[in-house]
Ligand binder design. Structure first.
Ligand code: NAI
Length: 262
């Protein structure tokens, strides 16, 4: 265990059937958290994540299309009832969906990218908010009760590459809404931050980037490799912990130096 203050916390991780979400769910279970393992299309992946979680603590399998208000409300309610509340929310579910340049992009594609990456955060966070407000908190002498973390992207800074400009715009919205939410929720004692991954070796790039691209990006990255799901999960864990108790409205770029800024 790294962060003892996280023990017993109830953590909901969206999109935890694979990649970053799965690694995050497992890492939280190692801190003694009760974990909501959410999936959309790949139930078997979520079952595998939950199996790993159960080696450490306990959790619940949850289903929802995060674009759908009713399904999200039911999923959040099911988790809160089963866990006895929500202390930490990780909005990780998201997707590039396709590569479509602006010149030829369809309106349906545009709207789906925003529904999957931006609307989803509104729906899940709004639904979890009453529970996050009621959370008892884990930090002595500060008014912080609970934590909300969004997964953005380095693309939100760079504008993305080859056919990912619309996704980049959506992820920039995630980073900006992190700031807006942090201001709005601070009086409730809720910290809100985001993590912006660089090129992370998950199903995401298995689907959208050819092997040659994986190699090129690793070569361009100052730290000499692509990221792993665990690289991101460890930073999510830090942001959720007391060690980050005075951090809100912030994002942390985790990209091996692929994109640096002053
Ligand atoms: P992944 O494809 O393994 O995970 C994405 C997760 O989102 C899956 O569990 C999927 O089921 C879920 N999801 C997608 N659409 C959904 C929907 N409509 N309803 C419910 N769940 C849905 O890929 P990865 O890399 O683990 O992605 C996690 C997050 O990190 C995403 O938000 C992604 O945009 C972001 N990201 C990933 C990067 C990478 O290089 N892999 C870089 C920057 C950001």
């Amino acid at each position: 265990m790294i962060y003892e203050d996280l023990e017993g916390k109830k953590v909901l991780v969206t999109g935890s059937s694979s990649g970053i979400g799965s690694a995050t769910a497992v890492l939280f279970s190692r801190q003694g958290c009760f974990v909501g393992v959410h999936y959309f299309r790949t139930k078997d992946g979520a079952e595998k994540t939950l199996e790993q979680v159960k080696k450490n603590t306990d959790g619940l399998l949850l289903y929802a299309d995060v674009r759908d208000e009713k399904q999200v409300d039911e999923m959040v309610e099911q988790f809160a009832r089963g866990a006895g509340g929500i202390d930490i929310l990780i909005n990780n579910a998201g997707s590039l969906i396709d590569r479509q340049p602006f010149e030829t992009a369809t309106v349906d594609y545009h709207d789906d990218v925003y529904a999957t990456n931006v609307r989803s955060i509104l729906l899940v966070t709004r639904s979890a908010l009453p529970y996050l407000k009621k959370s008892k908190g884990n930090i002595v002498n500060t008014p912080v009760r609970s934590v909300c973390i969004h997964i953005g992207s380095v693309a939100g800074h760079t504008g993305g590459g080859n056919g990912s400009g619309i996704y980049a715009g959506a992820k920039a919205a995630v980073a900006t809404e992190t700031i807006s939410m942090a201001g709005e929720f601070a009086p409730y004692g809720i910290r809100v931050n985001s993590v912006l991954p660089g090129f992370i070796e998950t199903r995401f790039h298995e689907r959208f980037s050819p092997p040659q691209r994986w190699k090129e990006i690793a070569e361009q990255t100052p730290l000499g490799r692509n990221g792993t799901a665990e690289d991101i999960a460890k930073v999510v864990l830090f942001l959720a912990s007391e060690a980050a108790g005075f951090i809100t409205g912030e994002y942390i770029a985790v990209n091996g130096g692929l994109y640096m800024r002053a």
